[in-house]
Design a protein around this ligand. Sequence first.
Ligand code: UD1
Length: 434
Amino acid sequence: MDKFFIRGGNRLVGTIRVSGAKNSALPCMAAAILTEDEVTLENIPQVWDIATERRLLTSMGAEVELGHGSADHRTAISCRSLSDPVAKYEIVKTMRASSLVLGPLLARAGMARVAMPGGCAIGGRPIDLHIKGLEKMGATILQEHGYLEARAEKLRGAHLVFDKITVTGTEDLLMAAVLAEGETVMENCAREPEVTDLAALLCAMGARIEGAGSAVIKVHGVASLHGAHYRINPDRIEAGTFLIAGAITAGDLVVADCNPEHLAAVITVLQNAGALIDIIAPDAVRVRASGQLTAGDISTEEYPGFPTDMQAQYMALATQAEGVSLIKENIFENRFMHVQELVRMGANIKVDGRTAAVRGPSKLSAAAVMCSDLRASASLVLAALVADGESILDRVYHMDRGYERFEEKLQGVGAQIQRMGNVFASNEVEGTAG
Ligand code: UD1
């Protein structure tokens, strides 16, 4: 298993580029199920979750071609034949977003068999709202042997009101609605840019959608969709992580190839912490910090609020800020696994229910720490960048799920970070043999 070795203390200076959004790429790849034609997507990040989605689509009979060389972020997907509309447990268990194929499979093939996702490190993550919406559109869904068996000869437009805002739930039902008969009105929808990205692709494929990006989305079902060529938006969570990397290291970083509009909540929080932020181009943000940061409270919310996917990274920053920062996690019930690892590095953090109180600044000291999920890993990298000495991060495969060439990008702006593959595993094997 790969590890990161990170020596703290360097200011990050220079330009760092953001990849395409993983959370847009996943539903957009699933959208290819809706047509027999080829869908070509540009700016697809090369991360594990994308490789998993590719595996999922090919296991159903799709052809997924990845670009090479200068086109290595292009993916062409052809779902002409969907011989096996099943999302197998072996794949779903490694990536919960696999449940995104439920809506499009039902719409296209009239049936779907999708393994029920279990819990995950950050909480229960049910998909009851996906199921409820599809049933309202006329699907019959049975649960058996850990699988959902869904059938619908023809989905019908419906009036859907989400009890709770769900990102992939909105995306899943949107993909079902575009081929349903008649009009679907969806209320209390997620307004995340990833939903807007998916809707833009679906419109390019011939769908009729109004209101994506707002709480109410209207869809006029069409008989069929055609192929399209579409470029995925930049990853706002990767961009936000880099902004924090610049601020926490008292650096001077240009975060390029991003969409500053999608970063508004994160930018405001960083400005309140004392970082200087300039939007220097329509796709670039510069962050500078002096080394004196101020504590500030955050509360995670659905977009356009402060993203839950940035909570762990902000906590690393809060350990370096003067005063007490209260961090409230409203979206997931168990998203504080990074806390104990940060405490092992010398942070002063107390958790009470869904709120963590971080008292700073703490002098962090390097330690061997364990990554527990994607964003928790990013938080530990950020902490290690300012810790005294060399930290070793284990289980960086969590990071590889969603950050593309993270260590290379950070090296390019002056971080001392190295990836080592299997060093300890091979030592252990040798040790055993000896
Ligand atoms: C997506 C993102 C994830 C992000 C999250 C919240 C992808 C692939 N992942 O996850 O990175 O952290 O949004 O911004 O886009 N819920 C239910 N029933 C449902 C669905 C959700 O109760 O049927 C609850 C969840 O338990 C959670 C909340 O709704 O408490 C939000 O979850 P949701 O927006 O669905 O998260 P994901 O779409 O899985």
